[in-house]
Design a protein around this ligand. Structure first.
Ligand SMILES: *[C@@H]1O[C@H](CO)[C@@H](O)[C@H](O)[C@H]1NC(C)=O
Ligand SMILES: *[C@@H]1O[C@H](CO)[C@@H](O)[C@H](O)[C@H]1NC(C)=O
Ligand SMILES: *[C@@H]1O[C@H](CO)[C@@H](O)[C@H](O)[C@H]1NC(C)=O
Length: 440
């Protein structure tokens, strides 16, 4: 979106680092050095510089008519992002303010480029008879096929893919590394399809974005355009200096990325799925720019909304590998089923999937408004759900830093997430939604 301003900021920050040895050392290092004080200093200097950047001031024009709150002239130049913190609660912020909110654990949609997202849905609701609600199966029905498939899931695929994926310095969506990691991931998804002998039927493509790192969509066509979506986000971020510091993002969301990739690899071992015998189309999405305020998933789901795409269900996997704090709290290893801002009936179905196919139980938990990409599906009017590695309060505390590393993760736990993802995808690929909606 502002690639030039980003590059300038990057060069500028390197410049500060080379002038001042104490700041320079930061580039090479650790969590401790990502201290708030350091960040405040650099952020202040970066903000001053940002005043001089041409690309940034372009958006200030938008502010002239903004009635949300009074802003000073300085703020007006910098406040180029419009964010939504809860339904209808929006404000204009600078990029630094975005990261400051995220460091406080506050999530939001960045709606700058999608001010009308959700509007088609609202117009439809206002104009006509209520949109038919999606009805989900009462219980899992394909155990005989799904269970043997689950036996073929492999931890070594997860490990190998995650090692490669975390080897990019960062997967920050506006960085060239983020672009490269997305190219690698698309290649990997295409190779997976090819190895399954499915390239005649199954496709994987970039969904392009202006900021550099593209989203990826793999499609397994079924007999109809009724669609079931499995999602994860591919970008990572270091919330202290996104353009400079490393962000391995092993758990957030490298783990979800390789989790759904492994589910794709193994579901393609089903000949029926490859040949499209299932009634509903399956899509696997790897979103760009989740960390920037759900940018990639908003672009995709607002396009789907405009095209009146018939999405029956969407499941997000964001952080699937960390269990240490659950175990330390003396609690059983579990899958965390998010119960706020999700479709309750889809969520009930997912609990049944976990009980049937996983070796560990689930725990209900909450993560607030706009906490991951399922929120974009939900804004478009599609039933969505989210499953995370544990109860939210015990989830990985290394994320968004240089220390979000593989060494803290459990691949056995990730396998549980792959199981539920694959089972969910298979069961809903074969669900007879029209019959279910008629109460059959
Ligand atoms: C599991 O994978 C092996 C090869 O790795 C294959 O021969 C077998 O058919 C697969 N099982 C299922 C249920 O697809
Ligand atoms: C699915 O959608 C595509 C594009 O909108 C259309 O060409 C195709 O006919 C649809 N297929 C079915 C089975 O409805
Ligand atoms: C959930 O299912 C119940 C019936 O079991 C239905 O009355 C309700 O409207 C559904 N809710 C949503 C959000 O679809």
């Amino acid at each position: 979106m502002h690639p030039s301003s980003n590059t300038n900021l990057f060069l500028f920050t390197l410049c500060i680092c080379s002038l001042c040895p104490c700041l320079a050392s930061v580039y090479h290092t650790t969590l401790l050095q990502e201290s708030a004080q350091f960040h405040a200093d650099v952020a202040m200097k970066a903000s001053l510089l940002a005043l001089l950047l041409p690309a940034v001031s372009a958006r200030s024009v938008n502010l002239a008519g903004d009635q949300q709150r009074p802003i000073t002239n300085d703020e007006a130049v910098l406040a180029t992002y419009h964010i939504e913190l809860s339904p209808g609660n929006t404000r204009w912020v600078t990029e630094n303010e975005k990261w400051a909110l995220r460091r406080e654990g506050i999530n939001f949609f960045d709606i700058t480029d999608h001010p009308d997202f959700g509007a088609t849905l609202n117009a439809v609701i206002a104009a006509g008879p209520p949109k038919k609600k999606v009805v989900f199966p009462k219980k899992p029905a394909y155990q005989d096929i799904v269970k043997p498939l689950l036996a073929n899931l492999s931890k070594s695929h997860l490990e190998k893919n995650l090692e490669k994926f975390t080897s990019f310095h960062t997967r920050y969506y506006k960085s060239d590394w983020g672009r490269q990691s997305s190219e690698w991931l698309l290649g990997k998804v295409q190779e997976t399809i090819k190895e399954a002998g499915a390239e005649k039927y199954v496709t994987a493509k970039h969904f392009k974005h202006p900021w550099g790192q593209n989203s990826i969509i793999a499609t397994i066509p079924g007999k109809t355009n009724q669609t079931v979506v499995i999602g994860a986000h591919q970008d990572s971020i270091n919330l202290f200096l996104p353009s400079v510091l490393a962000a391995p993002g092993a758990d957030d969301d490298g783990s979800g990325t390789v989790t759904i990739l492994e589910a794709l690899r193994v579901i393609l071992q089903s000949k029926d799925i490859v040949k499209g015998k299932h009634p509903n189309t399956l899509e696997f999405h790897w979103y760009s720019a989740e960390e920037g305020g759900l940018l990639g998933s908003q672009a995709i789901f607002s396009a789907y909304e405009k095209d009146r795409r018939d999405v029956k269900a969407m499941l997000q996997q964001d952080m699937t590998g960390f269990i240490t704090r659950t175990i330390e709290a003396g609690l059983p290893e579990s899958v965390g089923v998010i119960v706020d801002f999700v479709d309750p009936n889809l969520t009930e179905f997912i609990k049944k999937i976990i009980t049937e196919y996983c070796n560990i139980p689930f725990v209900e938990t909450k993560c607030g408004y706009a906490c991951s990409d399922h929120a974009s599906a939900s804004k478009a009017g599609y039933p969505s759900a989210f499953v995370i590695e544990s109860a939210f309060e015990h989830s990985d505390n290394h994320i968004h830093t240089t220390n979000d590393l593989i060494k803290y993760l459990s691949f056995d736990h990730m396998i549980q997430h792959v199981k539920l993802t694959l089972a969910f995808a298979y069961e809903l690929a074969f669900a007879d939604f029209p019959a279910l909606e008629k109460g059959k």
